[in-house]
Ligand binder design. Structure first.
Ligand code: HEC
Length: 111
């Protein structure tokens, strides 16, 4: 039983690190996010229901969404135009910035 609990604790700790492992630079991301502000808000807290909130979103999720728009796996004419020239590093920086912003989206950390 104790061994199972220890294993769970270790898995939780390992599971907590992908956010940092995304390798994005928050400051660079903030600069790159200027063109996103008109729809998603300067800090990712969009005020329109048409545009998803990005503040506090998982960095992994944001990178995945941007990648999927770029490859066409996720189809949206507006976003497709904005991701066309983004590199993987751009996506990681943008994701790090928006993930670091306080907002109404949240990640439970103490379950
Ligand atoms: C002209 C408005 C507009 C701009 C500018 C814009 N977006 Fe978006 N974005 C949208 C819309 C609309 C959606 C929802 C598309 C859909 O339904 O998939 C979206 C969706 C997203 C999503 C998926 C969110 C989710 O919850 O699944 C991400 C991530 C995202 N945008 C990031 C960005 C980034 C980063 C930039 C700047 C480089 C940017 N967007 C610029 C309109 C915009």
């Amino acid at each position: 039983m104790n061994r199972i609990l220890t294993t769970c604790a270790v898995l939780l700790l390992v599971g907590a690190s992908p956010l940092a492992a995304a390798g994005g630079d928050i400051k660079n991301g903030q600069t790159k996010a200027e063109i996103c502000a008109s729809c998603h808000g300067a800090d990712g807290n969009s005020t329109s229901p048409e545009f998803p909130k990005l503040a506090g979103q998982h960095a992994d999720y944001i990178v995945r969404a941007l990648t999927d728009y770029q490859t066409g796996k996720r189809s949206n004419a507006i976003m497709q135009g904005f991701v066309a020239n983004l590199s993987q590093q751009d996506m990681r920086d943008l994701a790090a910035y928006f993930a670091s912003q306080p907002g109404s989206l949240f990640t439970p950390t103490n379950y």
